[in-house]
Write a protein that binds this ligand. Structure first.
Ligand code: SF4
Ligand code: SF4
Length: 77
């Protein structure tokens, strides 16, 4: 099953991934990171289709998509 890992400490809370997800499975947290940002998280993992749009949209490369045994990472810190 496809899945997404979000590195919340690299997330700046811009919400671009939340708006871009065609399955609307991402949402913003209610708590904040050590940098003081709300961060993106999955609220319904079962609906993720592994399309990678969220990872492509994230300006901070904080999202990693796993699908069919392949991990898509746009940038490694
Ligand atoms: S991989 Fe696609 S469906 Fe899954 S969270 Fe990202 S944008 Fe949404
Ligand atoms: S697009 Fe990236 S930086 Fe913006 S809320 Fe999503 S994970 Fe965080």
């Amino acid at each position: 099953m496809p899945g997404v890992t979000i590195d919340k400490n690299h997330c700046k809370g811009c919400e671009l991934c939340v708006k871009a997800c065609p399955q609307q499975v991402l949402s913003m947290s209610t708590d904040i990171t050590v940098r003081g940002y709300f961060y993106a998280q999955m609220h319904d993992p079962s609906r993720c289709i592994g399309c990678t749009i969220c990872a492509l949209t994230c300006p901070d490369a904080a999202i990693e998509v796993h699908t069919n045994g392949t991990s898509y990472v746009l940038f490694q810190y």
